[in-house]
Design a protein around this ligand. Structure first.
Ligand code: SF4
Length: 336
């Protein structure tokens, strides 16, 4: 049974699988009840304005119990799904480290999903707390946000709760790195604004500052992203593929070799205005010739990755396609 506060509305805790350029086909788990609750109110947030801005984990009575969330996962997981998933990811409608039973949730999810790796997407705001860092030890991958190297840009871009400081965030990331080692990825959202020149973290001077902070944190990988979905503030603009590549080059020249850098696929981005849903026949034709990951299908067909994911879902349901795991990644091929 899911116990909920009477003021909150019940909704599904498990969603997807959704397509992610970083995590492939990922089944999402969102343990927070609406409305959107976060420690930040990022200008680029695709979920709209933060309804409840908080600075510490929620009280247990405001949240679903672990058993209710995991029961729903168990029902959805079934027999076929594990073969088609790259990750199960705790993420969703707000900041997931606000969930007060995060460690218990991770352990319970792992007991269901077994060999499918478990990831979490966090905005890093609560990493100064040892209880939150301790819970993150039970994930196979932590993708943590860091968009700004200065307090001023942090406030402009992420609009954090007033008592959250960038120093705390960076120190929390360093402590987490000591605890979980190479399971740490940092995601940076690079953007500019048509209204406010200061709202720009893609300037070369800012990227250089950011690289100093990232060198201290030393994540396994840095994901450079840019807002491609409608942002909360309409004046927020994504970077062009060439600007993303320039940012990557600046980071590459200053970060240690051991830190990998991946950018949102410029090929997919370049095709953004022409995004199409591929037909089932196009996907089948491709998979008949070679097994592909979701991202390979999207790139090969110059298609939107979400739309390619939906077509693959349909083909899996019709049993025209099957999934196999190779070197830790999920490949789709036609059934013989
Ligand atoms: S941290 Fe994530 S959920 Fe929160 S406001 Fe920023 S983008 Fe939205």
């Amino acid at each position: 049974m899911v116990k909920e506060a009477s003021s909150t509305k019940r909704r599904s805790y498990v969603y997807g699988p959704v397509a992610s350029w970083r995590l492939g086909r990922s089944l999402g788990i969102d343990p927070l009840n609406p409305p959107k609750t976060c420690t930040f109110d990022c200008v680029y947030c695709q979920l709209g304005k933060t309804a409840r801005k908080v600075s510490e984990p929620l009280s247990p009575r405001e949240c679903p119990e672990v058993g209710g969330v995991v029961q729903e996962l168990r029902e959805k997981f079934g027999k076929t799904l594990p073969k088609t998933l790259d990750y199960v990811t705790v993420s969703g409608f707000g900041e997931p480290t606000l969930y007060p039973f995060l460690k218990e949730l991770a352990l319970a999810i792992k007991s269901v999903v077994l060999r499918v790796p478990l990831a979490i997407l966090t905005n890093s705001s609560l990493l100064h707390r040892s209880d939150v860092r301790d819970a993150l030890r039970f994930f196979d991958l932590v993708v943590a946000k860091l968009d700004a190297p200065t307090q001023e840009l942090f406030e402009l871009i992420n609009q954090p709760s007033s008592d959250l400081k960038l120093d705390q965030v960076v120190n929390g990331l360093k402590e987490l790195r000591k605890l979980i080692g190479r399971k740490l990825a940092i995601q940076v959202m690079l953007l500019k604004s048509s209204k406010d020149q200061k709202l720009n973290n893609a300037e070369i001077s800012v990227i250089k500052e950011l690289s100093k902070v990232l060198s201290e944190v030393l994540p396994n990988v840095v994901y450079l992203n840019t807002p491609t979905r409608p942002p909360r503030e309409p004046h927020i603009e994504p970077l062009k593929p060439s600007e993303l590549i320039a940012a990557k080059e600046v980071l590459r020249s200053s970060l240690p070799e051991e830190v990998a850098i991946e950018t949102y696929s410029p090929q997919t981005l370049a095709a953004a205005p022409l995004l199409k849903k591929p037909s089932e026949e196009e996907v089948l034709n491709l998979l008949r010739r070679r097994p592909c990951r979701l991202v390979d299908v999207a790139l090969a067909l110059q298609a939107n990755i979400d739309e390619a994911n939906k077509v693959i879902d349909e083909l899996l349901k019709k049993e025209l396609v099957e999934a196999t795991r190779h070197a830790g990644e999920v490949y789709f091929k036609t059934k013989l």
